[in-house]
Design a protein around this ligand. Structure first.
Ligand code: ZN
Length: 139
């Protein structure tokens, strides 16, 4: 069975990492999915999705600070929209992650969370959660 759901995330800052683990977990639980493969995808070119530590808020803070060093705001950019740094950060981060679902739960590590990464906010972003599974019971 294939199940797909999209939800919106309003971002508030130019650069921001928003923990969406709970929202993804809720979708899997509400669909009654016991086991399968879950993909979290963002259909954007200046936002991304990643898995990293969500226990210490300094970790996403440090990642965003490092991105400012890695991707300079002023560079040899031709893109007329003026947001090439955001495109580059999205390129480095990626537009999807895949996690296993077992025993009705997303199998993340103890310190892992799923983050929507905003690099050109504030905007309203879409997150698509797709699950491929053997069977699902409605709740
Ligand atoms: Zn652009």
């Amino acid at each position: 069975m294939f199940s797909s759901t999209t939800f919106s995330v309003p971002t508030r800052r130019k650069n921001e990492m928003i923990d969406i683990t709970g929202a993804v977990f809720d979708i899997v639980r509400q669909r009654g999915i016991k086991s399968g493969i879950c993909t979290v995808f963002v259909p954007h070119t200046t936002a991304a999705v990643t898995i990293n530590e969500n226990a210490d808020p300094d970790v996403p803070r440090d990642i965003l600070v490092a991105f400012e060093r890695i991707v300079p705001r002023d560079g040899d950019y031709a893109h007329s929209e003026g947001n090439s740094p955001a495109h580059l950060k999205a390129l480095l981060t990626g537009s999807s992650v895949t996690v296993a679902v077992e025993a009705g739960r997303i199998q993340l590590g103890t310190w892992q969370g799923i983050f929507l990464c905003e690099f050109d906010g504030p905007r309203n972003r879409q997150v698509r959660v797709s699950v491929l599974c053997e069977s699902a019971a409605s709740s």
